[in-house]
Design a protein around this ligand. Structure first.
Ligand code: NCD
Length: 332
């Protein structure tokens, strides 16, 4: 009988390098992954109220934030999240970098790759930019928004905020209202909310709701009155920078506000209102709604910090979650 023993026994081989994981789309995550990340975020949120907020957890690791689009919340929270975990952080904005001189994304990725970063967080106007960076570097890549495609950490922080406020996501009804067509937040949130068992209705004028989106498992309504039935009203701004030049999606902003703006009269008491920011007060959301006690907009920002700490930590550590949470508590 032929000898079928392997030349070298498995246990003598060097361990297989762990598969490099990325967070590019909510589609990369199973329900278990989302639950793990939300549990981890809750643990990190507990560290935000301390006098000394820094944890040594990612000491010696390098995180690069590469932002090709303007950002306030996402870039600041990724930077602070990495700093709170003691990682070395480098934040590069397209303006003021060699991108201004015509450098391609591939060359920028190769350049940054020379510093052996552990994580690259990228925001870019083109769909697929994070995948390209993942191909040309050895880093874990986190998508902080690619065109109108995905913005997975926004969806995770939205889930986290809903759970904190309402105790669950399963069975809740969330109405997403506004410019869904150009919104990566809407795409990521619909996927994440459905994954976690919520009902989702997209509300807006027909030109701003992608045709056939019901196939994802959500409902569509062109009647602003539909938001009254939801537990959570999630408001989106008109994303003019992604609209095709010359295309008329709505007759005018004034008309949009009159027909689709979220005003105090259009919501009912007790409904929670969310918005990913930046808000255009007086356009898609009335200032009085944005400032009411049931608006969770600032809580979303705070959740963003804890959730991004969880995402960075989770990508850079492997092993059972129970151990990780115990480790965090031990160093805290
Ligand atoms: C969103 C984005 O950039 O996709 N904002 C954010 O990340 N907080 C939504 C938007 O720009 O409207």
């Amino acid at each position: 009988m032929a000898d079928v023993r392997p030349l070298v026994r498995d246990e003598l081989l060097p361990p297989k390098p762990p598969e490099r994981r990325h967070l590019i789309s909510i589609g990369d995550l199973a329900r278990d992954d989302v639950e793990r990340l939300l549990t981890l975020a809750k643990t990190f949120a507990g560290t935000l109220d301390r006098d000394v907020k820094k944890l040594p957890t990612l000491r010696g690791r390098t995180v690069v934030n590469l932002f090709y689009e303007s950002s306030t919340r996402t870039s600041s929270s990724f930077e602070l999240a990495a700093k709170r975990l003691s990682a070395d952080v480098m934040s590069i904005k397209a303006s003021g970098s060699a991108v201004d001189k015509g450098e391609s994304l591939k060359d920028t990725a190769l350049t940054i790759g020379c510093y052996d970063p552990d994580v690259i967080v990228i925001r870019h106007p083109e769909i697929g930019a994070p995948n390209l960076v993942a191909r040309f570097t050895e880093a874990h890549v986190v998508n902080a928004g690619d065109g109108k495609h995905q913005h997975p950490t926004q969806a995770l922080l939205d889930l986290y905020t809903i759970v904190e406020e309402l105790g669950r996501v399963e069975g809740l009804h969330v109405a997403i209202v506004g410019d869904v067509l150009h919104s990566r937040v809407a795409r990521s949130d619909v996927q994440a909310l459905l994954l976690m068992g919520a009902h989702v209705t997209l509300v807006g004028p027909p030109p701003l709701i992608p045709r056939g989106i019901e196939a994802m498992g959500c409902a569509v309504s062109h009647d602003i009155g539909a938001i009254k039935e939801a537990d959570v009203v999630y408001v989106l701004r008109m994303q003019k920078e992604r609209m095709l030049a010359g295309a008329n999606y709505v007759p005018s902003l004034r008309e949009y506000t009159a027909r689709w703006g979220v005003t105090p009269e259009r919501i009912r008491p007790g409904q929670k209102v969310m918005h990913p920011g930046p808000m255009n007060r007086g356009v898609e959301i009335d200032g009085a709604v944005a400032d009411m006690a049931d608006a969770l907009i600032e809580r979303q920002v705070r959740s963003g910090l804890a959730v991004r700490m969880a995402v960075l930590y989770d990508l850079l550590t492997h092993g059972p979650v129970g151990v990780k949470v115990a480790e965090i508590q031990a160093v805290a």
